[in-house]
Design a protein around this ligand. Structure first.
Ligand code: URA
Length: 236
């Protein structure tokens, strides 16, 4: 697959299109060991070794993004009335088929993975996979040991939905950490409400091996590193 060199660099999410051109013109990019200074020159990123400053580029046929989702944004690819998580992805990082992996409620903040790698998304969401998701919640009330025991045993929600065993940890009055291994509708809010601990604010801090990057402000997106992508693949 022959692509323009500036597009190949931009696809990694590490540089904008303009920056990619500057990096190439500065003579920092090699293709098969030879310096290339023309951004429009084509190369095959799957077949040729492309390096920047001597380090392999780590190009991927797919896009893997971490979003720090802010409150008030829908986990959807399009909506007529409200902004969606895709609206937050800068043009340079958009790819056809890019979609969120799972969903966070409109008012939930935190780590959301987006990818156009449908096979990986499907595997991560498979009900058989049980990927850990960790949330911090601001709640009304204080977690008691019997609440933690009820989470460990597996709660049955008001509509009869059975939840897998989960972890609940009190972090002082009005605060707790919850780890669930599935993704049922409003699951964490419903589990805590069942124990008389209504949620005031909810934020996801990890998804499987991914940790929310503390340098990402709400609304910001970055490409996953090669190590993060490898860790996700190992999870499946
Ligand atoms: N559980 C919830 O209740 N809401 C979310 O957004 C995610 C998990």
């Amino acid at each position: 697959m022959q692509l323009r060199l500036d597009k190949i660099l931009t696809d990694t999410g590490r540089w904008s299109r303009k920056e990619s051109r500057e990096v190439i013109r500065a003579g920092r990019v090699t293709v098969g060991g030879t310096v290339v200074r023309r951004p429009e020159q084509k190369a095959d990123p799957q077949a040729e070794e492309i390096a920047v400053d001597g380090a392999p580029l780590g190009w991927s046929a797919h896009s893997y993004l971490m979003l720090h989702k802010p409150a008030g944004v829908l986990t959807a690819t399009e909506d007529r009335s409200a902004p969606t998580v895709l609206d937050l992805v800068p043009a340079g990082l958009r790819r056809p088929g890019l979609a969120p992996v799972g969903r966070l409620d409109k008012d939930t903040t935190g780590l959301l993975l987006l990818t156009d790698d449908g096979a990986l998304a499907h595997a991560l969401l498979s009900p058989r996979r049980h990927v850990d998701k960790v949330y911090l919640a601001r709640i009304e009330g204080t977690v008691r040991e019997e609440d933690c025991a009820a989470f460990r045993a597996g709660l049955t929600l008001g509509d009869g939905t059975k939840c897998l065993p989960a972890e609940l940890e009190g972090l002082g009055p009005g605060c707790c950490r919850v780890t669930v291994r599935e993704g049922k509708y409003h699951q964490v809010r419903r589990m805590l409400a069942l124990r008389g601990l209504p949620v005031r604010a909810l934020s996801r801090i990890s998804f499987g091996p991914l940790r929310l990057d503390g340098a990402l402000a709400p609304g910001q997106v970055r490409a996953l590193t090669a190590a993060e992508i490898d860790a996700l693949r190992r999870e499946t």
